[in-house]
Design a protein around this ligand. Structure first.
Ligand SMILES: [Ca+2]
Length: 157
């Protein structure tokens, strides 16, 4: 008594998989932190975003001002590409370049444009740093696009 444990029986789980009604999922989302912040993609058939952090490469040496670059796409659309420096959100990347190579492989991501290449200029102090990038789709689902460790040198190159 008083453990606060919830018992889920197998028939209930089967019912969940059998009936993915919007109402039922809304109730479930309210009870699940992962659903509420978009880490899970249980709502309907939305797919989590896809993409790659292409630059910088792992272990590289960069100048105090360097570019973070990659691409992102989604079945319904990308809302934002978030850039984290040493675990802190420092801003959003901008969609700055056309990536027909991406839309050729993933026509579903096109949404009338090839502009799926994103970039952000990062300025930071010399020393070791970690860059992490994640994409958020229009439904709020997030995907990790990659993490890179690099060393920032004390002079521009
Ligand atoms: Ca999506």
């Amino acid at each position: 008594m008083g453990h606060g444990r919830i018992r889920v029986t197998l028939p209930a789980v089967r019912l969940f998989h059998a009936r993915r009604s919007a109402t039922f999922l809304a109730i479930l989302a309210g009870a699940c932190a992962g659903c509420a912040d978009g880490r899970h993609t249980l709502r309907g058939e939305n797919q989590a975003p896809l993409g790659v952090l292409e630059e910088p490469r792992e272990g590289t040496t960069a100048s105090p001002s360097f570019k973070v670059r990659g691409w992102a796409g989604d079945d319904r659309g990308i809302r934002a590409v978030r850039v984290f420096l040493d675990g802190e959100l420092i801003g959003l990347a901008e969609f700055a370049s056309d990536r027909a190579d991406v839309t050729t492989v993933y026509p579903l991501f096109r949404h009338g444009t090839d502009r799926h290449g994103w970039e952000k200029t990062v300025e930071t102090a010399p020393g070791p740093h970690t860059i992490r990038v994640e994409a958020v789709d229009t439904d709020g689902a997030t995907s990790d696009l990659g993490t890179r460790r690099l060393v920032v040198s004390d002079h521009s190159s």
